[in-house]
Design a protein around this ligand. Sequence first.
Ligand SMILES: O=c1ccn([C@@H]2O[C@H](COP(=O)(O)O)[C@@H](O)[C@H]2O)c(=O)[nH]1
Ligand SMILES: [Mg+2]
Length: 215
Amino acid sequence: MSTRTRKSTHAHRTFGSSQKRLRVLVDMDQVLCDFEGSFLVKYREKYPEEPFIPLEERNTFYIADQYAKLEPDMQDKARDIWNAEGFFLNLPEIKGGCQALTEMSQMEDVDVFICTSPLTFYKYCLQEKFKWVEDHLGPDWISRLVITKDKTMVHGDVLIDDKPRIRGVRDPPSWKQVLFTAPYNQKVDLRGRQRLNTWTDDCWRDIIEDFKKRI
Ligand SMILES: O=c1ccn([C@@H]2O[C@H](COP(=O)(O)O)[C@@H](O)[C@H]2O)c(=O)[nH]1
Ligand SMILES: [Mg+2]
């Protein structure tokens, strides 16, 4: 066997598959973690006499924008809830999310990363996001956690995210968004995007398989 043949055989073994790997980015708030539900419970506990907006009537991505329309100081009262120590750490899981992520990461030719934005008031949020991931998914996922204010800067093929409009310095981003359904994004124009309503059926699997065919 010539040197050239040996080299190419080795190369074939090392990089055996011609299938490109699909890189999936998955958001945390309102995709893996129940930000909205938890906010409402805590808000009503803290301000039982104040008006509130039921989940099915939420119509803006930022809670504070809609609460500001109720009364002038409601915006600050709302912010106090998620700025508090322990808010992010104690967010309940969106049903089936962590199980789906674990299974997704075991799919052939798929790499999964968590991609989340921090609060500008980052005192508790940053470390609590790390701890949440460790507690719910395990320590191996810490190296798969990307925290950024600008998700367009992160390279990927798919971003599963509830935010109706994601903008940043890179336009267009490398990824295609799959819109994870939330109360405030039910009526938005999908602009060619796919929707994922829940983690509790196999639709996410079909979406990932479909993207694998397209890359
Ligand atoms: O009403 C809200 C809802 C969310 N936030 C914060 O915005 C970012 C959103 O993060 P994603 O990664 O896009 O889910 C996050 O820091 C939320 O805590 C908010 O400030 N107000
Ligand atoms: Mg989100």
